[in-house]
Design a protein around this ligand. Structure first.
Ligand code: SF4
Length: 218
């Protein structure tokens, strides 16, 4: 089974509790206005890899010492078979003596749509952040980009790990972002507030650093 992947990174500490493996899938058919991940929109066969390869990378890079997996995008539910295979592989690892990690997934589809079309996939997750990003709604809650996006708890593990965060406001530590450098590319990971990326770009420009391409600009 092939899965289209934009990037993956470990450790990520700004998209869910603890030290996490984060996987961004490639391809999104939703196209929310103001999306900061526009580099993930186009389906690109050049980014396909085997799910088994991705699972092997997860095992190798984390050495089993981590708290959770965050799957984002792009739109993970635009690749339902591949997402199912990835979730099956992660759950198998967990049940066969792997670490006690949780699985959090983002989606831009409404919760009702996911419940209707992808109930089986939801049953494989511990927590979900659904609903499209709405630029005109403020960033209010931890790990969410706009105020319409709930944190939905889908398992016992999800309830025990995430209950305290359902209504938690974005403030202080929760506002952190991570930066990673890969060759001549810089990845910013986390949930920026409105205007943060433009402010960062302007500030870097003053220091002589210009971004030739930026995922938050079309
Ligand atoms: S915010 Fe998410 S769902 Fe919306 S366009 Fe961007 S990647 Fe797609």
């Amino acid at each position: 089974m092939k899965i289209s992947v934009n990037k993956a990174h470990f450790p990520v500490t700004v998209l869910g509790p603890g030290r996490r493996i984060a996987i961004w899938l490639q391809g999104c058919s939703i196209g929310c206005k103001g999306c900061v991940s526009q580099d993930t929109w186009v389906r690109d066969p050049g980014r396909d890899m085997r799910v088994a390869q991705l699972l092997a990378w997860c095992r190798q890079t984390s050495a089993g010492d981590f708290d959770g997996v965050t799957i984002s995008g792009g739109e993970p539910f635009d690749q339902p078979q591949a997402l199912g295979a990835l979730l099956d592989g992660l759950r198998q690892w967990r049940t066969q003596g792997g670490p006690d990690f949780d699985i959090l997934c983002y989606s831009g589809y409404p919760l009702a749509t996911l419940q209707k079309k992808h109930a089986q996939l939801l049953g494989k997750l511990d927590a979900l952040i659904p609903e499209p990003f709405v630029d005109k709604l403020a960033l209010t809650h931890v790990w969410r980009g706009s105020a319409n996006q709930p944190l939905v708890l889908l398992s016992e593990r999800g309830r025990s790990r995430y209950a305290a965060f359902v209504d938690a406001a974005t403030s202080g530590e929760a506002k952190r972002m991570q930066a990673m450098v890969d060759g001549n590319r810089v990845w910013y990971v986390g949930i920026p507030a409105r205007g943060d990326m433009a402010a960062l770009e302007a500030s870097c420009k003053k220091s002589g650093l210009e971004f030739s391409q930026a995922s938050w600009r079309s």
